[in-house]
Ligand binder design. Structure first.
Ligand code: G3I
Length: 334
């Protein structure tokens, strides 16, 4: 098999995906050609356009243009959707983040936002005519990051407007609303720094165990995977196995492995080994269903804008050429 998605599927995984956005796809044809190549990417995630500040900036006033256009583009390519994200403390419009809602009112705000957003993209049917002329029908939306980043790095709950108003109940509220809106979608809780064993991973495992005990719908743990070259944890597989033992699937949802600039051949070689290590851990754990890179090219990575003098975190470089990291992903599956 050639192409990252094809290689992953040939090894029993469901997909390799990428985050992207319509403004890049519309404005950069060489970029769009790779992003729309089903051999490379079988899944797409909206990097920003399905977030709360993009979709419901004013209460009850919905903007679906960015998400809709991206979904239609993906359907045309035969790609599926990981929805990102319904309840997150960041990129919130001020009418939510400023607080002032009673517990009952904020619960209903969460229910309404989750229901409306997930309902919008549920059960999209893609009618394709492959060469055999058979009709392929599939449910388009695969998964949703229903709750994003609920924890601090020490494993305590993050004091978002949701947590300070509602305690942990907001998590169950969002998951119940999501299940009702799209019973076919896999519902995830997603966070960063839960790649290897540690306090934050333990907290995630405990939360998911509690949700299961309470009969709250939860299907998956999303491991974002914002990692650093030369500092990828050694106990990825043990951590993935501890999550899988809870009876949920897992996915690596936002993979990138950044380095201190400038790029050198040595750092690229280490990055290749690091990508291989992450992919091999996913391959080794059957519950790990797929991997999404958070953009596929360094040209559009969020990293340099946030971490000064760091970047080059992705498998394609600024000129859309494949880096050693690309081969690391392939080798990780082999
Ligand atoms: O939309 C505004 C635009 O109106 C304004 O003119 C412009 C000026 O700066 O900013 C635009 O918003 C930016 C937004 O991306 C959309 O482009 C924000 O400034 C910028 O901060 C925002 O960054 C995104 C970041 O999430 C926000 O926290 C990144 O693109 C996105 O890659 C990143 O993704 C997150 C995941 O959702 C969750 N996990 C971590 C990951 C990396 O931070």
């Amino acid at each position: 098999a050639t192409g990252l998605h094809n290689v992953a599927v040939s090894k029993g995984k469901l997909y390799i995906g990428t985050a992207t956005e319509m403004y890049k796809l519309n404005g950069d044809a060489p970029y769009a050609a790779i992003a729309s190549d089903i051999n490379e990417f079988g899944m797409i995630t909206a990097e920003n356009s399905m977030k709360w500040d993009a979709t419901e900036r004013t209460q009850g006033v919905w903007t679906f243009t960015g998400g809709d256009n991206l979904v239609n583009w993906a359907i045309a390519n035969g790609q599926k959707l990981r929805g990102h994200t319904t309840v997150w403390h960041s990129q919130l419009p001020s009418w939510v983040s400023s607080g002032g809602f009673s517990a009952a009112a904020l619960t209903s705000v969460i229910e309404n936002h989750t229901t409306t957003l997930i309902d919008r993209y549920k059960g999209k049917i893609n009618l394709q005519q492959p060469p055999s002329l058979e009709l392929t029908i599939f449910i388009f939306t695969d998964s949703w990051d229903v709750v994003n980043e609920p924890f601090n790095d020490d494993g305590t709950f993050r004091s978002s407007v949701f947590y300070t108003t509602l305690g942990t109940s907001y998590i169950a509220t969002a998951l119940h609303a999501a299940r009702a809106a799209d019973p076919a979608a896999k519902l995830y809780i997603n966070d960063y720094n839960i790649d290897g064993l540690g306090a934050k991973s333990t907290a995630m495992a405990n939360l998911v165990a509690q949700l299961k005990a309470d009969n709250v719908p939860i299907d998956g743990i999303g491991i974002q995977g914002h990692l650093i070259v030369g500092a990828v944890p050694n106990n990825l597989q043990a951590n993935f196995e501890q999550f899988a033992a809870l009876g949920v699937e897992i996915a690596i949802t936002e993979l990138d492995i950044r380095m201190t600039l400038p790029v050198t051949p040595e750092k690229l070689a280490q990055q290749k080994a690091d990508y291989k290590k992450v992919v091999a851990a996913c391959k080794a754990v059957p519950a790990c269903v797929g991997i999404t890179v958070w953009e596929y090219t360094d040209k559009y990575s969020w990293v340099p804008g946030v971490f000064s003098s760091q970047g080059a975190a992705l498998p394609w470089d600024d000129n859309l050429a494949k880096k050693p990291a690309y081969d690391g992903i392939v080798e990780g599956f082999n």
